[in-house]
Design a protein around this ligand. Structure first.
Ligand SMILES: NC(=O)c1ccc[n+]([C@@H]2O[C@H](COP(=O)([O-])OP(=O)(O)OC[C@H]3O[C@@H](n4cnc5c(N)ncnc54)[C@H](OP(=O)(O)O)[C@@H]3O)[C@@H](O)[C@H]2O)c1
Length: 335
């Protein structure tokens, strides 16, 4: 299959109207044409993300009829020659699903800046395994090793650790030699987190800092979000770092935030949003996705998807996400 011969129509999952999981329907639509600066990819599998649930509900600032912010697959056309046809690649962000049609389809057209060659290690992994990696691991890696500047031996708290993003962060941090504490709202998931190598599992809740009685961490990765952010500020030592990157507790802003009264002195607070991947300040080449795929292929840690769905079962995947039942990354296989 090359740029001249791939089909002119494809199946895509379309948001028919903003609403519940059943508002996702499969339709035949035109396949994206090759364009300078872009790569047309035959999608083999894609990860399902919390962001897409917000897009489906109409809660996201921007979304397209075809949502989906990431995928893995094969290059079928790349007019600029940056990627050869047949190459195994991942694509993430770069407006996918937000400002240009995304990855809930048989084909997508992603900006060259947001496509990464997956390398030889792909041979050891299935498309479903590969699809669990790009968005969750690229974002987790950047939060941990850029925003939080995490080093071996440091103490790290991850709030919302049973999410796909959280588990990716746990795996990367444990692999890097950090001492990880991780939260979930469900005690029955403690053993699962411990199985990933965390030092301790903690019950998530708004008063965690009070329950930990003055304990402080070198770094906190906040995925529950605005609803627990101020509590997390109390959990970081002087000179330590807090990175806000998730909003599992809801998108509502923090009311009446007064830094004078509510900021912890000497604590570094930052935000990371993966929508910046592929911009000049945040090139994807900064993220060692190649090495991450290699570590997964070498079984340094498990990045297995928690659930794998067929393309036709996308509404079921969103239903599982709504119910918080996945306990890790969900992926959809396109073939
Ligand atoms: N900044 C970025 O660039 C970036 C990139 C990717 C994702 N994200 C964000 O990161 C978060 C995780 O995304 P994901 O796709 O990995 O999520 P996910 O896998 O769907 O996470 C689901 C888990 O989150 C926990 N959770 C759900 N509601 C919660 C609540 N009200 N309070 C506390 N925990 C709750 C539940 O775990 P328990 O039941 O075990 O507690 C649930 O199993 C989302 O907010 C997403 O938008 C941000």
């Amino acid at each position: 299959m090359d740029g001249k011969t791939y089909p002119s129509t494809m199946k895509a999952i379309i948001i028919e109207h903003f609403g519940g999981p059943d508002s996702l329907v499969i339709k035949d639509v035109p396949t994206p044409e090759p364009e300078d600066g872009y790569v047309v990819i035959q999608i083999k599998a894609f990860g399902v993300n919390h962001a897409e649930m917000h897009m489906r509900r109409g809660e996201w600032a921007e979304s397209m009829p075809i949502i989906g912010i990431e995928c893995v697959g094969l290059v079928v056309a790349c007019p600029g020659g940056e990627f050869a046809p047949g190459m195994s690649v991942a694509a993430l962000m770069g407006g996918l699903g937000r400002t240009i049609n995304g990855s809930y389809a048989q084909f997508t057209r992603a900006p060259v800046s947001n496509v990464v060659a997956l390398g030889d290690a792909v041979a050891a992994l299935s498309w479903a395994q590969l699809a669990a990696i790009p968005e969750s691991y690229a974002t987790a890696w950047t939060c941990l090793f850029r925003n939080l500047e995490l080093r071996a031996g440091q103490t790290l708290l991850i709030r919302g650790a049973t999410s796909a993003f959280g588990k990716a962060a746990v795996n990367l941090a444990v692999q890097a030699g950090a001492q990880v504490s991780a939260t979930t709202r469900k005690q029955e998931r403690f053993d699962d987190l411990k199985g990933l190598g965390v030092k301790e599992a903690l019950l998530e809740g708004p008063n965690l800092s009070a329950r930990l009685d003055g304990r402080k961490f070198d770094a906190v990765l906040e995925l529950v979000g605005n609803s627990t952010l101020l509590d997390s500020l109390m959990l970081v030592r002087r000179g330590g770092r807090l990175c806000l990157a998730g909003f599992l507790g809801g998108l509502a802003p923090i009311a009446d935030f007064n830094p004078l009264l509510q900021m912890a002195s000497g604590v570094h607070f930052s935000f990371f949003g993966s929508f910046v991947f592929g911009t000049p300040e945040f090139p994807l080449s900064d993220v060692p996705l190649h090495s991450i795929v290699k570590m997964v292929a070498e079984k340094k840690f498990g990045a297995e998807p928690a659930r794998v769905f067929k393309f036709e079962k996308i509404s079921d995947a969103h239903q599982v996400m709504e119910a918080n039942e996945a306990n890790g990354k969900m992926v959809v296989c396109v073939d």
